[in-house]
Ligand binder design. Structure first.
Ligand code: ZN
Length: 405
């Protein structure tokens, strides 16, 4: 008797993620891996236990390329009924975030909220997360969870003493701690370059908040505006920071840190030249549509990015700027904001594109021989292939799913 039975999962549709949708499809799994994918008629005679998912579609699991699980205890900032920030007022939101963080919170509360957020992501079909945090111990959050978490320790320090002390701290971290820069308005040029150099040595992804708000671009171009006021308030010696006098993407390129391992998170305020620059360097963009909507910072030029072949992935960002951590919602909001986008492209952003970018592509993100058998059965009454991805990318949190394990 086999310890791990072979299962043949049958469904009216199988979304492969990197190939056409298979009608009356089936997936054969064994020992935690997919062995074969095809039409049920071709696989039905194989020796396996049949699990019939009538009324469902089988899909790859989803991948969240930008989250801050550590901030989950601040969910009150973004729940329905709380005051949302004035549209685009990034510095106002950061002030409320810092005020809330300054309150004396038990570490257990922070930890428990992060675990709850991870469990919520898993319940929503998410199997891989790029998580950004400020506490090294957060790298152990995912122990015992099926969802894989790539943790990045985020650093900042714009100039003067704050940049120097961050640079000193960086040299003390073990090589296997993935470190990254927060944002161009909070992290000085030397620190960004040192962080990127370190990531390059480890061949690690380099995620960074880039061009999220118009306030950020104003600060980078002129050194003035709400960010200057905010940084002064925080005691940053902002007069010793020389504004680069250009947009965020162009600035990162001038520092030599834009390449195929650089993940620009948000990338809302980028101009056409910067989109071409991103494409030329092979840089990827993580869209955070629901967070952007909550913050009122605008929408990223997604169609132009796609037209230039920029790899696009999706992220929820944190519960401090998004009422829900759910990738189906991200797809839905993205399609509402950009009705011309093809559902296939949007689904790829939440699945195969994300898994490839995080280096999980051999195991997650598609339904193909050799990948993990952690797949999703999503309830769906679509009658033809064309309706399947339309449904999956427009239904948001009303999606009902179960895991095939
Ligand atoms: Zn973020």
């Amino acid at each position: 008797m086999q310890e791990y039975p072979r299962y043949l999962y049958r469904a009216p549709f199988v979304v492969q993620g990197n190939g056409p949708i298979i009608a009356d499809g089936a997936v054969l799994t064994e020992d935690g891996l997919v062995v074969a994918v095809g039409r049920y008629a071709e696989l039905k005679d194989l020796d396996a236990q049949l699990e019939d998912y009538e009324g469902h579609v089988i899909t790859p699991p989803l991948v969240n390329c930008h989250a801050h699980l550590e901030l989950s205890y601040l969910s009150g900032l973004a729940t329905a009924g709380s005051d949302s920030p004035s549209p685009g007022d990034m510095t106002g939101w950061i002030r409320s975030l810092l005020a809330a963080r300054a309150e004396n919170i038990e570490q257990d509360t922070v930890h428990d909220a992060a675990l709850m957020a991870l469990a919520t992501l898993y319940a929503g079909g998410c199997r891989g997360v790029a998580d950004i945090g400020n506490r090294p111990e957060s790298s152990f959050l995912a122990e015992g969870f099926k969802t894989e978490v790539l943790f990045f320790l985020e650093m900042f320090g714009l100039c003067g003493e704050s940049e120097e002390s961050a640079l000193a701290a960086l040299s003390g971290f073990a090589a296997d701690v993935r470190c990254t820069a927060h944002a161009p308005y909070s992290t000085g040029a030397r620190l960004i370059q040192a962080l990127k150099k370190r990531a390059g040595r480890e061949r690690s992804l380099f995620p960074m908040h880039v061009a999220e708000s118009a306030q950020e671009i104003e600060f980078l171009r002129t050194g003035s505006g709400p960010f200057r006021d905010f940084l002064l308030e925080r005691g940053v010696a902002v007069d010793s920071f020389t504004p680069p006098g250009m947009g965020a993407v162009r600035y990162l390129d001038s520092l030599g840190v834009l390449d195929a391992q650089t993940l620009c998170v948000h990338a809302v305020h980028v101009d056409e030249e910067e989109i071409s620059l991103l494409a030329a360097r092979g840089g990827a963009v993580c869209l955070c549509p629901a967070s952007n909507r909550y913050m009122g910072v605008g929408t990223a030029p997604v169609e132009k990015m796609l037209a230039q072949g920029i790899p696009l992935v999706l992220g929820t960002d944190s519960l401090a700027s998004n009422p829900q951590l759910n990738l189906w919602q991200e797809m839905q909001v993205l399609r509402q904001d950009h009705p011309a986008l093809a559902p296939e492209a949007v689904f790829a952003m939440a699945s195969v594109n994300g898994s490839r970018l995080l280096g999980l592509g051999g195991r997650l993100g598609t339904v193909a021989p050799g990948v993990s058998s952690s797949l999703l059965a999503v309830r769906c009454q679509a009658k033809n292939e064309g309706d399947v991805l339309e449904y999956l990318t427009s239904t948001g949190t009303d999606i009902k799913l179960e895991w095939l394990e």
